[in-house]
Write a protein that binds this ligand. Sequence first.
Ligand code: PEP
Ligand code: MG
Length: 591
Amino acid sequence: MSIQVFGMQVSRGVAIGRAVRGASSRVDVAHYYIAADRVEAEVARLRDARDAVAAELQTLKHEIPSEAPPELAALLDVHLMLLHDDTLTGATKAWIHDRHYNAEWALSAQLEVLARQFDEMDDAYLRERKADVEQVVERMLRELARGAAPAPGGVRPPHPRSAGNGEEPLILVANDVAPADMLQFKRSVFSGFVTDVGGRTSHTAIVARSMDIPAVVGAREASRLIRQDDWLVIDGDIGVVIVNPSPIVLEEYRFRQRQSELERARLNRLRYTPAVTLDGQAVELLANIELPGDTEAALEAGASGVGLFRSEFLFMNRDGSLPDEDEQFEAYREAVLGMQGLPVTIRTVDVGADKPLDRLSPQELRHEHGLNPALGLRAIRWSLSEPGMFRQQLRAILRASAFGPVRILIPMVAHLAEVRATLEALARARQQLADAGHATGRVELGAMIEVPAAAVMIRRFLRHFDFVSLGTNDLIQYTLAIDRADESVAHLYDPWHPAVLELIHQTVASANAEGKPVSVCGEMAGDPAFTEILLAMGLRSLSMHPSCVASIKQRVLRADVRQLAALLPQVLSDDDPAAAARRLGLVRAPH
Ligand code: PEP
Ligand code: MG
């Protein structure tokens, strides 16, 4: 039976594929296809892991102290039995044989199937046996990780849009995916994903958009309703997931998929066209990136620089260690060289909130600490509380500036004391490098305007910075007191709120009056619904995911800024600015 699950639209497009259910904690299990001639070797890997775990359990059983409760031996027997049960190892082998999944992926796919069966059991005792299966699988996954390095067998993960190798495209369905885990997606096989929780500007959604794969978040019941291997259609344009669609619906979506490929190819032809409005205003379109390797996509999209390098992603997935100065320097230099002389704006680390250094999701964090991490020690607050770490990062960025134009961007400044402390740290870092004989280039310093306090006192901030960049994701979150990662208040997260527009307008007007560059690097910059209003407010620089550059350029090419600016006062003074913008033609239907 076909059903529909509704969530929030976060990343446009249509994805069609089979569901892979994954617990957040298991998304970091490697997912790759095995070449046909490596299938038997992969099955052997699985068998070896099983045998090693069986031996480990036998040893444990023999070493049980005599005073231990008898249940312990019984439990180990249950685990040994499960290990050899056909529903676990036999079925896992089938995933490898039939689908060419690597062993870890096959094992976690089968665990999802079994977990579902246990959840549906009436008998409470039997239901609780799920934990035993999970423990056995965890042991096997650990053993696989310990054993011979997983060999992708020469088959690289296909591009998310096509499954490649004749394999079926896959869609991940999970309760939540932490931003750190999303990074694994860049190397994964998934062509879309669906989560129960999350908001439109949660970092999980942002990373999905940066990868240009269709996604739906906040689809509350998705992971309960969708089963392993169900056929799914993600309609990323409206935030709907269709489970086991009928052949007619499937055909309709395949048609739409082909249409959007054609549209994409058409937009790509704008790559070398300068972004200039009808009345001759040049607009700078920059890229937001998470990793140095993303510069390739930025250049390919025709971005004229990097407006936001979210450096905190270098600090994730590291099992507790942090990158030292040299490691960071290498990464920043790679990004600078990658951009081939175009400017790279490196934001100092913005951990905290929904990007904790450990793997906890915001929900888990809140559950653990009962605090609101979005209002806690994040971004510049964290950096200033770790002066050694902060100085290492500043030195690494300054050293990279010897290889091309670099700008430093400070996240979440709200107090002038933070500005002063940052300037002092930067001066000290420069001096240390000079003393050590390191070459550095000229580096401009900018502030993210993303806390209402900073927008309100923008003139004072501008005295200390060379440029500012509006972080509208957080500015909206903090102005409206809406947690951007919480789907239960997502309907209140409103970029068109008069207070939000007022703060953006004030910031842009003040920066323009002072002759200081101002940009927007929040999600509004890459959303065509806001291009006209941002241009009308006086913005001439927008930073967005590389995949958004072409469609925003198309809006810029069709805009007449003089006309738009004349309409702005009517929009800003209206109680319903979104409706006024539509009425006055400031928001145009997508082409
Ligand atoms: C923002 O807040 O708008 C922004 C660009 O930064 P981030 O989304 O990483 O918080
Ligand atoms: Mg921010």
